[in-house]
Design a protein around this ligand. Structure first.
Ligand code: TYD
Ligand code: MG
Length: 459
């Protein structure tokens, strides 16, 4: 019998060693090596793959002509305008979040006489999938279901059926006979994904791969999975909420800053197209509440409003607390320093808590002004100007700097009835075609504090 060779790979940095090591010499991680058995004639030499001549670049068709829209706007936008043939999309998320539900719906929408869809479920029997399908009212004539976990069998089914779309639910259940390790082990996951990637490119089919997420929030298996595939999406939920957020983490065919919002209903996932209403749905109805500010933020190609909430309260700690949820902690510290130095406000004996309502994360500096105003408003215990929205970056000397897409942001807020805009002075003069709104240009943070916070409650 032929002797099997094995090698050991670090899960953290992919360092390869031919004997087991307790600590990786490359990245220093402990207990990170897993064993991989290599048989002669592994998957890479499989006969499914034949030689292809190189093509002239100018004769290669671009992706955009070939994209297939699913008709689910939130999903299409996330992918950059539809599904690209020959691409592999990995969808990660905790168990029970709705990955199978979403992909069954997508499979149904993409199936047609020209393009059949194969849904491979290693987790549920065909009857269980049928139960889900009837709940979602799915009755496509071109959607095939298969309960299979063996990669060679799956390849065989793909060759027989010739589908345009294949959905693998989930990668942790798939195993190849060419590797000795268990299904779900790092080497099985990695090799199966790499194999599916080659299959997708060669046959020009789109493969969606579902991946479970571990407690630490990473897709189980080595990090390299994310490097192999074309697109990585994460499906997340807010705590105890039926809303779901789909995020692009990586996309070879589009932007990575897009988010899609869905809600899980009795009969499947529904799109939430009005994102501003979603993020402001619980915003304080009391206009005289202090410590809140509204800002239109841009994620990818869409603009939506978020509410920033701040709470400043007297501290009895030697080093007062600073807690930032949804924004960078260091950015909060920096803005507090600007407020102390330029705005003459005192935070050294105050705890500061900051939260972005709705569970989004904001990284753009255009929200600085709203953050500083929310914090100052809570410290002074005075609300912001009625119906006001604040947009602007705050510089270290206290100047309010211009931001990108200012008109797009304002138009989004106008749709929801906001009439007053605190914005950088230079930008306020440039905007002419919005007659029904009051534009308050501010040059410096002192200026913004004076104009933005109601000193007189009847204002
Ligand atoms: P599922 O798609 O099975 O999650 P995943 O594949 O990510 O593990 O979704 C499971 C949850 O969704 C389950 O708790 C039931 C709920 N659900 C609905 O609320 N409505 C529906 O129409 C469906 C199909 C599921
Ligand atoms: Mg599932």
């Amino acid at each position: 019998m032929e002797k099997e060779k094995s090698r050991f790979i670090c899960q953290n940095c992919q360092y390869i060693s031919f004997k087991w090591l307790g600590r990786c010499p490359e990245c220093g991680e402990w207990d990170s090596f897993y064993e991989e058995k290599i048989r002669k004639g592994g998957l890479s030499r499989n006969s499914t793959f034949s030689y292809h001549k190189p093509k002239l670049l100018k004769e290669v068709k671009g992706y955009d002509q070939n994209r297939h829209a699913t008709g689910m706007k939130e999903f299409d936008r996330i992918l950059g305008g539809g599904v690209v043939p020959g691409s592999v999309v990995l969808i990660g998320g905790e168990p029970g979040i709705g990955k199978s539900t979403l992909l069954l719906e997508i499979g149904n929408r993409l199936s047609g006489s020209e393009s059949s869809v194969l849904y491979v479920s290693g987790e549920e029997s065909a009857a269980q999938s049928k139960l889900r399908a009837s709940r979602l009212a799915i009755d496509s004539d071109y959607l095939y279901i298969s309960s299979q976990t063996n990669l060679e069998e799956i390849t065989h089914q793909i060759s027989e059926l010739n589908p345009k779309i294949v959905i693998i639910d989930s990668i942790q259940t798939v195993y190849s006979e060419n590797y000795n390790s268990l299904a779900g082990s790092p080497s099985q996951i990695r090799e199966s994904t790499a194999y599916l990637m080659r299959l997708a490119k060669q046959k020009e089919i789109t493969i969606f791969i579902i991946g479970h997420v571990t407690k630490e929030g990473a897709i189980a298996g080595p990090k390299i999975l994310e490097h192999i595939v074309d697109t990585v999406l994460y499906f997340e939920s807010e705590r105890d909420s039926h809303y779901r957020i789909l995020r692009t983490v990586k996309n070879r065919f589009g932007s990575t800053s897009e988010i899609g919002i869905f809600s899980m209903e009795k009969d499947g996932l529904k799109e939430v197209t009005d994102s501003s209403k979603f993020f402001l749905r619980n915003s304080s109805t009391n206009e005289n509440a202090s410590g809140t500010a509204i800002v239109p933020t841009i994620e990818g190609t869409r603009s939506f409003l978020v509410e920033i909430q701040a709470l400043v309260s007297a501290s009895n700690l030697a080093i007062p607390r600073r807690i930032a949820q949804g924004i960078d902690y260091n950015r909060l510290c920096l803005l507090l320093a600007v407020l102390e130095k330029r705005g003459r406000l005192r935070f050294f004996n105050q705890d500061v808590y900051l939260n972005i309502a709705g569970g989004v994360k904001i990284s753009e500096p255009a929200c600085d002004l709203a953050i500083t105003l929310a914090v100052a408003s809570s410290l002074k215990n005075k609300p912001l100007l009625k119906q006001a929205v604040a947009i602007g970056e705050v510089g270290l000397t206290g100047e309010i700097r211009p931001v990108s897409f200012i008109e797009k942001r304002i138009k989004e807020a106008v749709k929801l009835g906001f009439r007053r805009y605190l914005l950088p002075y230079s930008e306020a003069r440039g905007i002419k075609n919005l007659p029904e709104v009051e534009l308050i240009g501010v040059k410096r943070i002192e200026d913004a504090l004076e104009k933005g916070i109601k000193e007189n409650m009847n204002a």
